[in-house]
Ligand binder design. Structure first.
Ligand code: IPM
Ligand code: MG
Length: 359
């Protein structure tokens, strides 16, 4: 089969990590007899430099015509001074919106071989961790009305958190569906004791839950969830939450599993638009171009692409196996190494995973 993949390398470490993922794709294609046709398009700071805007129409068009989008990371100090709507991050948000990618799946898994990278006490993570953060991605405060004005105390700024029942319902369904294939528990995270939008969120989640009697539903305030993630992370299966709470909790969940350099993500639409597959970490400008970044989150995002975009389960499993094998053999990038342990760079990690790929 031929699969069309748009590749947005982006900024900072983006090109280094997508470069390794591309090698994995090519090898996977050879092994399984697929053609993964990759088209490079610009977004983020790289697009600002060429087109003066973070998400050119041409990029959106090519992404829409593709079967899936692989993304590195966007942003960096070079563009920090730009007005909000022209920052690299605005390009990413526009891409999510243009493709209607409302469901953001962020699995946080603690690999047994990496348990020493987990900053929590060993007895808290016995048997590993397997949490799925289901983050709403095209609504809430990220996309609400925003602006500057003069208030009673002078200049002020505002960003509005607003959710429609429709938006909550569809992400809730995505969470319950996912939970059905896992440990059948959804923890819906909100701030229902303070926010009206959270009260609507909870009402809708409870209503949707009636269609999933086989799944246990629990509600948790976001401040408590942040605490519980480090106090007793094993209580979580699927965490269902809003755009901004999901942004924050997924970073926390990633660190609990050892390193932000390990977490992939899939952003899906449900309307037939191609999904975006990207690591949850950022562009890490401080280590860009130094061959230090961990390419595993990006490579594991390909495994999510195989499963969700192409239903190629064997190919996905082959990627997962290759990553595990390389980790089990003791190879580590700096972010997942124990103090004093020998480390390898981005390229070598990528090459070793490519070599470990098997049918
Ligand atoms: C993420 C990132 C983005 C977000 C930024 C880069 C806009 O932090 O994907 O988690 O806030 O969604
Ligand atoms: Mg984030």
């Amino acid at each position: 089969m031929k699969y069309k993949i748009a590749v947005i390398s982006g900024d900072g470490i983006g090109p280094e990590i997508t470069g390794q993922a591309e090698s994995v794709l090519s090898r996977l294609g050879e092994l399984f007899g697929h053609e993964f046709a990759m088209t490079h398009v610009l977004a983020g700071g790289a697009a600002i430099d060429v087109f003066g805007e973070p998400l050119p129409d041409e990029t959106v068009e090519i992404c829409k015509e593709s079967d899936a989008v692989l993304l590195g990371a966007v942003g960096g100090p070079k563009w920090d001074g730009m007005p909000g709507h022209l920052r690299p991050e605005a390009g990413l948000l526009k891409l999510r919106k243009s493709l209607s990618l409302y469901a953001n799946l962020r699995p946080a898994i603690l690999y047994d071989v990496l348990k020493d990278a987990c900053p929590l006490r060993a007895d808290l993570v016995v048997g590993g961790l397997d949490i799925l953060v289901m983050r709403e991605l095209t609504g809430g405060i990220y996309f609400g009305e925003k602006g500057r004005r003069t208030g009673p105390n002078g200049p002020e700024a505002y960003d509005v958190e607003c959710y429609s029942e429709m938006e909550v319902e569809r992400i809730a369904r995505a969470a319950f569906e996912a939970a059905r294939h896992r440990s059948k528990k959804v923890t819906s995270v909100d701030k229902n004791n303070v926010l009206e939008s959270s009260r609507l969120w909870r009402e809708v989640v409870i209503r949707v839950a009636a269609d999933y009697p086989d799944v246990t539903l629990e509600h948790m305030f976001v401040d408590n969830a942040a605490m519980q993630l480090v106090r007793n992370p094993k209580q979580f299966d699927v965490i269902l939450t809003s755009n901004i709470f999901g942004d924050i909790l997924s970073d926390e969940a990633s660190m609990v599993t050892g390193s932000i350099g390990m977490l992939p993500s899939a952003s899906l639409s449900g309307t037939g638009m191609p999904g975006v597959y990207e690591p949850i970490h950022g562009s890490a400008p401080d280590i860009a171009g130094k061959d230090l970044a961990n390419p595993i989150a990006t490579i594991l995002s390909l495994s999510m692409m195989m499963r969700h975009a192409f239903t190629l389960e064997q190919e996905a499993a082959a990627i997962d196996r290759a990553v595990s094998e390389v980790l089990e053999a003791g190879w580590r990038t700096g972010d997942i190494a124990k103090p004093g342990e020998r480390t390898i760079g981005t390229k070598e990690m990528g090459r070793r995973i490519v070599e470990a790929l098997k049918r």
